[in-house]
Design a protein around this ligand. Structure first.
Ligand code: OAD
Length: 244
């Protein structure tokens, strides 16, 4: 795989690199994206039916069961070469910030530290009343478990449509986007806000924007470098070309 020499120079000279990842990064681990035609989760379900506070109020059991099924589905899933290449990238960069929209926890499993999880983590649940985060709970078929502190229903610790992103995570992500020299947008359609705005915030502050995606997106015309292909192939090749 050949890379533009200017990109490699920018990468080697960068003091701060920020990367935003989306579902495409986990596709090669066997997880479904959201918006790819036919295979994307939202090509088969309406997001408001399964990923909204209204849906949970309407039918908590249905939503609990759907997330329990998704949690089960990711149990045996392992990080892929794209996740590991981001760990390598962080080792070569003085300051590296990884922001993800993914709730699968695969970046951490690959060894990335201090990951900013903008949309939460599907492996955790929290109380829908008091907000207490819960790591271990008893699963009893046909019931939604309750919080041991206040008795409220437990729900997945993810951001649903119509909900705000966690404030500290969003602030850290905006700061990392506005202060980096190179910003990567990897495996995301760039449709969901406010995550999608991060690349533009970086671009407006003079960062070089690099897009890695299997397809063109809304960001493609604005990106300084467009690397078309699978992140599990492009990222390791890029790290090799830049540093090894
Ligand atoms: P999408 O499904 O919207 O986009 C996935 C992107 O990954 C697309 O642009 C694909 O072309 C690209 N892609 C697929 N396979 C790839 C591969 N192997 N390598 C590189 N790129 C690949 O997923 P997101 O952009 O992550 O929100 O979606 C954003 C948010 O929408 C999600 O976090 C989720 C969803 O509703 C919440 O759950 C809150």
């Amino acid at each position: 795989m050949d890379f533009c020499p200017d990109l490699l120079i920018q990468l080697r000279g960068a003091k701060r690199v920020t990367a935003l990842t989306g579902a495409g990064v986990s596709q090669e681990s066997g997880l479904r994206t959201f918006r790819d035609p036919q295979t994307g989760i939202w090509s088969q379900h309406k997001p408001e039916d399964l990923a909204s506070p209204e849906a949970f109020r309407r039918d908590p059991q249905l939503i609990w069961d759907w997330y329990a099924w998704r949690r089960e589905a990711i149990k045996g899933v392992r990080p892929n070469p794209g996740h590991y290449a981001l760990v390598k990238l962080s080792e070569h960069t003085p300051q590296f910030t990884l922001i993800t929209q993914n709730v699968d926890g695969l970046h951490r499993m690959a060894g990335s530290t201090d990951v900013i999880e903008l949309h939460g983590n599907i492996r955790l649940v929290r109380c829908s009343e008091c907000g207490q985060i819960v790591e271990n709970w008893e699963e009893v078929e046909g019931t939604v478990p309750r919080c041991t502190v206040c008795g409220g229903l437990l729900r997945p610790h993810v951001v649903w449509f119509g909900e705000s992103l966690p404030r500290a995570e969003l602030e850290a992500a905006v700061e990392a986007a506005r202060t980096c020299d190179v910003f990567f947008s990897i495996g995301t359609s760039g449709i969901v806000q406010p995550a999608a705005a991060l690349a533009y915030a970086a671009h407006n502050r003079g960062a070089k924007v690099v897009e890695i995606n299997a397809k063109r997106t809304l960001l493609t015309p604005k990106a300084d470098f467009v690397l078309s292909g699978k992140s599990g192939e492009v990222l390791p090749a890029l790290v090799n070309a830049a540093w090894l």
